[in-house]
Design a protein around this ligand. Structure first.
Ligand SMILES: Cc1cc2nc3c(=O)[nH]c(=O)nc-3n(C[C@H](O)[C@H](O)[C@H](O)COP(=O)(O)OP(=O)(O)OC[C@H]3O[C@@H](n4cnc5c(N)ncnc54)[C@H](O)[C@@H]3O)c2cc1C
Length: 159
């Protein structure tokens, strides 16, 4: 039984672990091998830094005493106070924090399910764009004029 279980190992989960991991028995659950430094992703596309530089170390969570559990939470039983990881491991909690972040919204327009249409959030997204760039990508469309889209467009434009 954990005092606190956090679903999600992004900045929110990591910050909670840093602040509370030495005070409570705590677990942070995430599916990825690495939590990413997202703001570095455009620089990787631009080939300014190596991909590994944007992998956060697990110690950011575990140095405080919190545990880092790897897997996807499939269900939560709020009556039993239990989460299930990868359909097979049950973990019980006193307090649960759901810090699962957000995923890019891809509008359901024609062509949006094509292989080369993707968000820019995950390691898989990053590596796919890197692969396209390394294999002679000439033209790309970035649908997003916010900070992330502009940084990605800038990184792609210097290729
Ligand atoms: C390319 C890019 C650049 C950015 N640059 C900046 C910047 O320069 N400055 C800035 O302030 N912000 C930036 N951001 C935004 C910032 O990264 C987000 O605001 C931040 O990551 C949100 O943190 P979070 O922990 O709430 O969610 P997330 O980082 O989305 O983390 C959610 C976590 O929950 C996990 N999760 C989801 N579902 C489950 C499940 N069922 N079971 C287990 N785990 C689950 C995910 O796998 C992930 O580990 C950038 C984002 C991107 C994508």
């Amino acid at each position: 039984m954990y005092d606190i279980v956090v679903i999600g190992g992004g900045p929110a989960g990591i910050t909670l672990a840093k602040r509370l991991g030495d005070k409570y028995k705590m677990a942070v659950i995430r599916p990825e091998d690495h939590s990413l430094i997202y703001c570095a992703m455009p620089y990787i596309i631009e080939d300014l830094i190596d991909e590994k530089k944007c992998f956060k170390k697990d110690e950011l969570v575990t140095d405080s005493g919190a545990e880092s559990l790897r897997g996807n939470v499939n269900s939560v039983d709020f009556d039993k106070k239990e989460v299930t990881i990868n359909n097979d491991t049950a973990v019980t909690y006193r307090k649960l924090v759901i810090a699962t972040g957000a995923a890019p919204f891809i509008p359901p327009i024609e062509g949006s399910k094509l292989d080369v249409v993707m968000g820019f959030k995950t390691q898989a997204n990053l590596e796919k764009i890197q692969h396209l760039v390394n294999n002679g990508l000439k033209r790309a469309v970035v649908v997003d004029a916010g900070a992330i889209g502009i940084e990605l467009a800038q990184a792609l434009s210097v290729q």
